[in-house]
Design a protein around this ligand. Structure first.
Ligand SMILES: NC(=O)C1=CN([C@@H]2O[C@H](COP(=O)(O)OP(=O)(O)OC[C@H]3O[C@@H](n4cnc5c(N)ncnc54)[C@H](OP(=O)(O)O)[C@@H]3O)[C@@H](O)[C@H]2O)C=CC1
Ligand SMILES: O=C(O)C1=N[C@H](C(=O)O)C[C@H](O)C1
Length: 274
């Protein structure tokens, strides 16, 4: 473990990439060891501080993953599934910690990440904010307390550039509701209703996705029964909450053996054995 570990940020030009660079530069608990972009990207070769509209910080954006990882202890990665799978394999090879915020991961992607976690420490979560991870546990508890008279619906809203649905957070909340109810999400999941769908099936967990403007990320878990409704809600208004969560995970991961962890582990919110 290093006092101020060097951190590489992937997808440096992205919305989360830039927020992560800013968060790392502002922290006294780590240093910015590198910033990656894809080969051919216009930012490669230029100083990240200047590119983000400020003073030079002495770190040029690179497309050389192996060289960037060789000079770092941690990589924080909010990109796309194809990128994150490749980074997981390269981070495992380089023996550096991998923090994955990318969403839209398939079961096969998760299997590849689990394989890489045999060789290094990985923290993966579809949402790295404290508030959402608390909401995950609240959802599980409420779902466990209620029976199937309460229809469970997860409603999410995001900006118009988001490419995956349901959001990673919505899936975390759906999993938590299913776990609380003692069912398997894939067997009761209902997303993408359109046309003559028939009446809602008792016990289903439904998903709805709104896309528009610059919405950072909003999630409701609705429990609707005859005569009453409960709504658990989280609203993100600043991407800084995700970046600060990722940095917390990075610092925490330095003390953990190889393996795959999530934000409930990082935040001490896991309900296992409680
Ligand atoms: N877990 C959490 O707390 C959060 C997760 N997210 C997730 O993070 C991810 C990124 O979100 P956001 O920053 O808004 O997205 P952006 O589209 O703004 O940025 C994505 C970045 O990833 C790069 N990229 C795309 N494909 C690859 C690849 N195959 N290999 C390497 N780099 C790649 C892009 O480069 P280029 O410009 O060349 O395409 C770009 O720099 C999404 O999956 C999102 O859902 C977002 C917020 C919070
Ligand atoms: O793409 C985003 O922006 C976000 N993605 C994550 C998700 O899919 O849940 C987290 C957050 O809601 C923002």
């Amino acid at each position: 473990m290093t006092d101020t570990p060097g951190i590489v940020i992937t997808g440096g030009s992205g919305k989360m990439g830039q927020m992560l660079v800013k968060t790392v530069l502002e922290s006294d608990r780590c240093t910015l060891a590198g910033v990656l972009e894809q080969p051919g990207h216009a930012w490669v070769g230029q100083d990240i501080g200047t590119l983000m509209g400020g003073q030079p910080v002495g770190v040029s954006v690179t497309d050389d993953v192996a060289a960037a990882f060789a000079n770092a202890q941690i990589v924080i990665d909010f990109t796309r599934p194809a990128g994150s799978i490749a980074f997981a394999q390269q981070a495992a090879k380089a023996g550096i910690i991998h923090i994955i915020g990318t969403t839209g991961l398939t079961d096969d992607d998760m299997a590849a990440i689990r394989k890489a976690a045999e060789q290094t420490t990985i923290v993966q979560a579809g949402n790295m904010s404290l508030g959402v991870n608390l909401l995950v546990q609240l959802t599980k508890q409420v779902a466990a307390a209620l029976d199937e008279d309460f229809d469970i619906e997860v409603i999410e809203a995001h900006h118009n550039q988001k490419v995956d649905a349901p959001s990673g957070t919505a899936l975390m909340l759906g999993e938590a509701a299913a776990e609380g109810r003692g069912v398997t999400l894939s067997k009761v999941s209902d997303s993408g209703r359109d046309g003559i769908t028939g009446a809602r099936k008792r016990g289903d967990i439904g998903f709805s996705a709104i896309r528009g403007g610059d919405i950072v990320g909003e999630h409701d878990v609705l429990f609707a029964a005859p005569g009453e409704r409960i709504i658990l809600r989280h609203m993100a208004t600043d991407r800084g909450i995700f970046a600060r969560g990722a940095l917390k995970a990075a610092i925490w991961a330095q003390n953990q053996p190889s393996g795959l962890y999530n934000m409930l582990d990082v935040l001490g919110l896991s309900l296992h054995n409680k």
